[in-house]
Design a protein around this ligand. Structure first.
Ligand code: ADP
Ligand code: MG
Length: 318
């Protein structure tokens, strides 16, 4: 059987932190990132692509806020904002990918799936919202919103006296339409799914699907999807060519191969930063624990050069 790979595009694969966020910039970055997936297609892989939505959903939340203040348009809840971002980003990735395929004479269909991802309503994360989203407010504005909207706020890390909404980030437990994703991918269609970690939902006591005011980590959701559809390989594309030990310290060095045991040790030792590399490492471990053969973390534009990238496998090879 052909190999199946899930590729998770990080924020930087689509929009870099030092950029303004125009659609031209996003299209250029995306196109460059997608170009280096071509070799996987030429090697005969079936592909599923997921993507982050940090900067984009941040912008949607700001528009929400401005729309309410200027025009009195009611703000949309987080699930709707994530759905909007999946549609917008998914469409953009799909169009850029169609052009890349066309350029290389590859005849494949591309489909973008709006994907619901279920969380457990008893997840402990609900009692401890940590993820900062949306605009920065003054204390006074934040207090007002907190009483009007039942939102919770936390002080920003970067700007003193600034307050942002905080929401929980529970673990993904189920990917909707996983069979559809697998079947389409196995038929040779490139599927874009679980964007932004998925539209967060939970199942209530009456067995109804409800929206959750949370955000789901895109690496964990992508890894769960990869395991559930029986992918062989899982790639996280970000802005570093390798995972480093002693990152940004004196004896910093990159690692090309890691087995499960050593990776767990390094994670325990605090080698990977909490909000950035640690969730990626956990996602990689989760994938190989659930039967995946190999997880790779590398830079968005370096995937086609195999000397780059940290490869995480259950055991060291040979
Ligand atoms: P993305 O937005 O692409 O999903 P993040 O910005 O969340 O990715 O995570 C990538 C970042 O993780 C890198 O830019 C790097 O600064 C940081 N990082 C933290 N610890 C490490 C490490 N040990 N090795 C490599 N990068 C690390
Ligand atoms: Mg980033």
């Amino acid at each position: 059987m052909k190999k199946l790979a899930v590729i998770a595009l990080g924020g930087n694969a689509l929009l870099r932190g030092d950029q303004e966020g125009t659609i031209d910039e996003q299209e250029q970055n995306t196109s460059k990132t997608l170009e280096n997936l071509v070799f996987l297609l030429k090697e005969g892989y079936d592909l599923v692509i997921s993507h982050g939505n940090g900067p984009q959903v941040g912008n949607i939340l700001m528009r929400n806020d401005a729309g309410e203040q200027v025009y009195g348009i009611p703000q949309m809840p987080v699930d709707i904002c994530v759905a909007d971002s999946q549609g917008g980003i998914g469409y953009m990735v799909e169009r850029m990918l169609r052009n890349v395929l066309n350029k290389h004479g590859i005849d494949k269909e591309v489909v973008t799936l709006v994907t619901l991802v279920e969380v457990d309503k008893d997840d402990p994360a609900f009692r401890d919202p940590q993820k900062r989203i949306g605009p920065i407010y003054t204390r006074k504005e934040a207090d007002k919103l907190a009483s009007e909207k039942d939102w919770r706020f936390g002080e920003t890390e970067k700007q003193q006296g600034g307050w942002r909404r905080v929401v929980p980030s529970p673990k993904p437990v189920r990917i909707s339409n996983e069979k559809v994703i697998e079947t389409l991918a196995r038929q040779g269609t490139i599927v874009i799914a679980a964007g932004g970690g998925g539209i967060p939902v939970y199942i209530d006591e009456k067995n109804e699907v409800r929206p959750a005011e949370v955000v789901i980590d895109k690496d964990l959701a992508s890894s769960l999807m990869a395991a559930r559809i029986g992918a062989d390989e899982f790639y996280i594309l970000t802005d570093v060519p390798y995972v480093y030990l002693n990152y940004r310290k004196e004896n910093e060095h990159w690692v090309e191969f890691l087995d499960h045991k050593d990776t767990v040790e390094h994670l325990k030792d605090g080698q990977f930063a909490r909000g950035s590399m640690a969730p990626k490492i956990r996602a990689c471990l989760q994938f190989i624990e659930q039967g995946g053969k190999k997880s790779v973390i590398t830079e968005a534009t370096k995937l086609d050069d195999k000397k780059y990238g940290t490869k995480i496998t259950m055991e060291y090879e040979d």
